[in-house]
Design a protein around this ligand. Structure first.
Ligand SMILES: Cc1ncc(COP(=O)(O)O)c(C=O)c1O
Length: 381
């Protein structure tokens, strides 16, 4: 009997949302309009009443936050080498310099203990990432930023619905950026949201979102900043409105599946092999991803071949992510192999396993059985 393909991730979109999208398509207003406003109001409510604006990605949100903070040429922004490359590309996009800092080997997030030493007179902001949804220590982050007069742009692309000490990410802090790409815990197909501090910043965000335009009355128009074309459509916003009410159930399901992964992967045999699991956190993270780190030097098989064997068994896996500072663009800026040994080792060996709300514990069993079989068959003796 052939088993169905198990992808790395898959969005869950209910029929009511699909019908709602059809209604928007029939309404005569399909680009940014009332659904965008409705989504912004719903997200603001989910973020403790802070101003929220939505955009067509969780990349431009960070770029716009940096622009609002006045960050540009001559400035430095501290960030992590282990993220989607968008995190540091936006720093280059505004003309500033990304300054990478080593990660913590357990959380796999920016090591805040090492950030202090990277601060120079040119530093203007810290841009940390909540990898896989696991939040960076917000107390320490904001205390450090306050003490050194720095802005914070939280790349919370992966941590919508995560918490820090009981407070939902987005309800506090400085700028908070979320992504609603289809692999995220809720989606708008493509899209993102930026949580801001006040109405002045929200107005500026609106200007950067759409060509810098400010309208007054029926025929007045002014342009004071150079904006882009980053607005979200009402079609996409309607998808987000249909997703938002499911966030807690989606995340609860992800937690349950993560628990199943721990039960099956935390065995003496796999521990002896040196397979690294993520922190077993069941209160703060939204379990955006479940990532293991393969034991370097203990296997006779490459990560790519592990992935190929999983694929041949009908199971999708992923790499999130290669080390950013080793991409050609960043090497040209002077970063090189050996700069961040912990991040580099993890980036070479990290493997994301399937995790999405429509999966079952039986799917988790299938993934672990397959992975364990491959690893045991290729252990170096
Ligand atoms: C950590 C991180 N930062 C930024 C982004 C960018 O989000 P988007 O794809 O919506 O532009 C992503 C999305 O993949 C991400 O995972």
């Amino acid at each position: 009997m052939s088993v169905p393909y198990l992808p790395l991730t898959r969005p869950t979109i209910d029929e009511e949302t699909i019908n709602g999208v059809a209604d928007v398509l029939r309404s005569g207003w399909i680009t940014s309009g009332p659904k965008v406003k409705e989504l912004e109001a719903a997200l603001a409510a989910a973020c403790g009443g802070r101003p929220v604006r939505v955009f067509n990605s969780g990349t431009c949100t960070m770029e716009i936050a940096l622009r609002i903070a006045g960050i540009g040429p001559g400035h430095e922004v501290i960030t992590t080498p282990l993220s989607w490359v968008a995190t540091s590309n936006v720093i280059l996009e505004v003309g500033a310099r990304p300054v990478f800092v080593e990660i913590d080997p357990v959380t796999r997030n920016l090591d805040l203990a090492r950030v202090e030493a990277a601060i120079t007179p040119a530093t203007r902001a810290i841009l940390p990432v909540d990898l896989a949804g696991l939040p960076v220590d917000r107390d320490r982050l904001h205390a450090l930023a306050r003490a050194r007069g720095l802005r914070v742009v939280e790349d919370a692309a992966q941590s919508f619905g995560s918490h820090w000490r009981g407070r939902r990410i987005g309800t506090f802090g400085d700028f908070v950026s979320f992504s609603f790409h289809p692999n995220k815990n809720i989606t708008t197909i493509e899209g993102g949201a930026l949580v801001l501090n006040d109405e002045r910043e929200a107005k500026l965000a609106e200007q950067y979102r759409l060509q810098g335009v400010v309208r007054t009355g029926l025929d007045g128009m002014e342009v004071e900043v150079v904006g882009g074309k980053f607005n979200l459509t009402d079609v996409a916003a309607r998808v987000g409105l249909g997703q938002l009410p499911h966030l807690e159930t989606f995340n609860a399901r992800r937690r349950e599946l993560a628990r199943a992964y721990f039960q099956l992967l935390d065995t003496p045999a796999l521990r002896a092999l040196g397979l690294e699991l993520p922190p077993a956190d069941f209160t703060q993270t939204n379990w955006h991803m479940f990532q293991v780190v393969l034991p370097e030097g203990r296997l006779t098989i490459s990560r790519a071949d592990v992935m190929a064997k999983m694929q041949a068994a009908g199971i999708g896996t992923g790499v999130h992510y290669p080390a950013i500072h080793l991409f050609a663009v960043y090497r040209r800026l002077g970063w090189k192999p050996g700069d961040f040994p912990i991040a580099e080792r993890i980036c070479r060996n990290i493997l994301t396993l399937p995790l999405f709300p429509a999966m079952t514990p039986a799917d988790v069993e299938r993934v672990v059985e397959q992975l364990a079989e491959i690893l045991q068959a290729h252990r170096r003796t």
